[in-house]
Design a protein around this ligand. Structure first.
Ligand SMILES: NC(=O)CC[C@H](N)C(=O)O
Length: 237
């Protein structure tokens, strides 16, 4: 079990949800914390195991429709993640994981499947699969950066009044209404893979600072090169 002084990361259901490099989000948080001298311990919770409620930052990834439905059922039954978030933990939820955090999402045939209701969002199946690179301008409350990532989903997501859009899309589909992702309290949801935190290290630092407070600067040369290359590939010149 994690020691008391370490930052505790919890990667939920790697056996069901982890597509397009989503596990990299865990590695980026680990690296950016350790470079600042913060000890980190990561717990990988498989879907047969209970989700501990003692974590500081929880991460969940994307996946196909069937594992997504299974993950939603198990998380609802388990109750550990809602307990942890009620207790002040932070969460990054990607694509299928993002949809699961809402009140409802569309299953394989578009049938409504109950989510965890931790975010005021509702997802359904859209008219066409959204696949490709996405770029979006981030909410100024989160720093006003450019969001970059890769999306691949059928779902479209309607945001309720209880959440704010994470960003406004410049290229790509995101939620399907000109916005991408959302945030509320210490929860961030996004459709972006790639992995999201490798391509948006500022977002990793948002999650870390919610947990440990102010962070010192670190060398972002390689992150910046990746971001520049990906953004140049999609943004109009
Ligand atoms: N990449 C994903 O996580 C996909 C999520 C969901 N199954 C959808 O198609 O919308």
């Amino acid at each position: 079990m994690p020691s008391d002084s370490a930052l505790r990361l919890v990667w939920i259901y790697p056996d069901l949800l982890s597509t397009y490099g989503d596990q990299g989000n865990v590695l980026i948080l680990e690296q950016r914390a350790r470079k600042r001298g913060i000890p980190v311990e990561t717990v990988y919770v498989r879907s047969a195991d209970p989700v501990p409620d003692s974590g500081d930052i929880y991460l969940i990834g994307g996946g196909e429709d069937r594992p997504q439905i299974l993950a939603a059922e198990r998380l609802r039954r388990d109750g550990g993640l809602p307990r942890a978030l009620n207790g002040g933990a932070a969460l990054l939820a990607v694509c299928a994981g993002y949809q699961i955090m809402g009140t409802v999402f569309g299953g394989e045939e578009g049938q409504p499947v109950a989510g965890l209701g931790l975010l005021d969002i509702q997802s359904t199946r859209g008219p066409a699969r959204a696949v490709g690179e996405l770029a979006a301008e981030v909410d100024s409350g989160l720093g006003g950066h450019m969001l970059t990532g890769f999306e691949n989903h059928m779902g479209v997501t309607r945001l309720g009044p209880g959440v704010r859009p994470l960003s406004r899309t410049v290229v790509g589909t995101g939620n399907g209404d000109g916005t991408e992702g959302c945030h509320a309290g210490k929860i961030v949801g996004t459709y972006l893979h790639g992995p999201a935190l490798a391509r948006n290290p500022w977002l990793a630092d948002v999650l870390l600072s919610w947990t440990v407070g102010q962070l010192g600067p670190i060398d972002d040369t390689w992150y910046d090169r990746l971001r520049d290359e990906r953004l140049r590939a999609v943004l109009p010149r």
